[in-house]
Design a protein around this ligand. Structure first.
Ligand code: A2P
Length: 302
């Protein structure tokens, strides 16, 4: 079994630094059932799903069937945008679909939704009392410096996690620094840059991969974890799934090499287009300005 690295949340709970991202490119189970069985066997103990992924039932079922003690597994799910005004109802529906006794981490999936995110957060804070024991930590996702600065002064409970897109082409240092200052763990979705990722062919990533006898994917993930960011890669391939759990240690010089990649405008930008509507330049109905994404650039290959 792989010796995994853990981070400690501001609640005191431990969270594996590498989790399996459970978005499979389309809502519904897709081929997730087999992927879950493989991941659990490979050693994954952290699963990141969401109501909007439409697969909480499969995630929960495979965890239950695995026979692995529940306390050894960390489960995250997320509040969908349309339920911001019905946090308790939505939480109950997620818990029921998962079929588990509790959720380790419940995230507001996006700041935009059917209520203002400050009010949504207050409802999430209440969950810690009304659903005591059923939710262990609450957090946010896709929050920028702008939206964090609006939310944080209103918080009674500081979010445990902010999950954002992050990889060597989008280090988002400002968000990472602000979260560190407030003891909020940043976790990264799309940490490898999705299928056919330019990151995995990047010359600097390749140099470090050669130097460390690791794969480019391992370099990208290890870089994020080494700077204190958790990662949620997905792979349905057992060899790559195992690789992604096996982090390496980079030297300062190697970290610096990866840190510098995104200073090149040709190697900078978002790689997750799933939620982006290029015709309206909105992300799940919110403008880039509302989201406070200073980095509006989506990566485009030449
Ligand atoms: P596969 O499932 O065939 O391994 P992200 O997590 O950033 O969305 O990226 C997921 C994509 O990266 C998938 O296409 C996955 O394909 C691929 N992938 C996952 N792990 C690795 C790895 N270690 N090396 C290369 N590609 C990987």
């Amino acid at each position: 079994m792989v010796d995994q690295k853990y981070f400690t949340l501001n609640t005191g709970a431990r969270i594996p630094a590498v989790g399996m991202g459970c978005w499979m490119g389309a809502p519904g189970a897709f081929d997730l059932a087999d992927g879950m069985v493989m991941a659990l066997k490979t050693g994954y103990r952290h699963f990141d799903t969401a109501s909007m992924y439409g697969n909480e039932d499969v995630v929960g079922e495979k965890i239950r069937e695995s026979g692995i003690p529940r306390e050894e597994i960390f489960v995250t799910t997320k509040l969908p945008n349309q339920d911001h005004a019905d946090v308790e109802g939505s939480f109950d529906r997620s818990l029921k679909k998962l079929g588990l006794d509790y959720i380790d981490l419940y995230l507001m999936h996006w700041p935009q939704g059917s209520a203002h995110f400050v009010d949504t957060w207050k409802s999430m804070e209440k969950l810690l009392e009304t659903r005591k024991g059923k939710v262990r930590a609450i957090g946010i996702s896709n929050f920028s410096v702008k939206t964090l600065n609006e939310l944080l002064p209103q918080c009674k409970v500081i979010p445990a996690v902010n999950q954002i897109e992050s990889h060597p082409f989008l280090p988002d240092w400002d968000v990472v620094e602000l979260c560190k200052k407030h003891n909020i763990l940043v976790t990264a979705y799309t940490p490898l840059g999705q299928a056919n990722s330019p990151i995995l062919k990047d010359p600097d990533v390749m140099i470090v991969a050669e130097e460390t006898h690791a794969s480019p994917g391992q370099v990208a993930l290890s870089w994020n974890v080494q700077r204190g960011v958790g990662v949620l890669p997905k792979s349905t391939n057992p060899t790559r799934a195992l690789q992604n759990l096996q982090l390496i240690t980079l030297t300062d010089k190697q970290m610096e090499r990866i840190n510098n990649i995104s200073k090149d405008p040709k190697r900078y930008g978002r790689l997750n287009y799933v939620a982006y509507n290029s015709a309206t330049e909105t992300v799940m109905g919110a403008s880039i300005d509302e989201l406070g994404w200073e980095d509006t650039r989506f990566y485009k290959a030449d």
